[in-house]
Design a protein around this ligand. Structure first.
Ligand SMILES: Cn1cc(C(=O)NCCN2CCCC2)ccc1=O
Length: 114
């Protein structure tokens, strides 16, 4: 029984870390391109180019619906946001730079939480 309790406690503490990390990402000044899903009706070509769209509001919903089982699965979706951004935007563009800044910020957050 103790072992089962121990596993679930770790998951809960890991998920608590995910909530803190997501709140810090959402609060960053360069988070604006990533707060809501990219509107592919407005951003031409996005649906064709980006096979797995992801954004912070979707991550928030998945976290609230208990769809992340570990810090690793949460990190997979956060990195997907930044990988999509690099694929679709020039590095030397406002959104491209925001994506690089946010990825650096996230990597630094993870170092602190270790
Ligand atoms: C991540 N990403 C975002 C966009 C974008 O334009 N987002 C809308 C941003 N607007 C700001 C106020 C309302 C919405 C385009 C390409 C892309 O890769």
């Amino acid at each position: 029984c103790y072992k089962i309790a121990q596993i679930s406690k770790d998951d809960n503490s890991q998920l608590a870390v995910c909530r803190v990390l997501l709140a810090e990402l959402e609060a960053h000044k360069d988070a604006w391109p990533f707060l809501t899903p990219v509107n592919h009706k407005v951003i031409l070509g996005y649906r064709k180019v980006i096979k797995r769209p992801m954004d912070f509001s979707t991550i928030r919903r998945k976290l609230n619906n208990n769809l992340y089982f570990s810090l690793e699965t949460f990190m997979g979706d956060v990195n997907l946001v930044f990988d999509n951004c690099e694929k679709f935007n020039e590095d030397d563009s406002e959104i491209g730079r925001a994506g690089h800044n946010m990825r650096k910020f996230f990597d630094e957050l993870l170092q602190l939480k270790k």
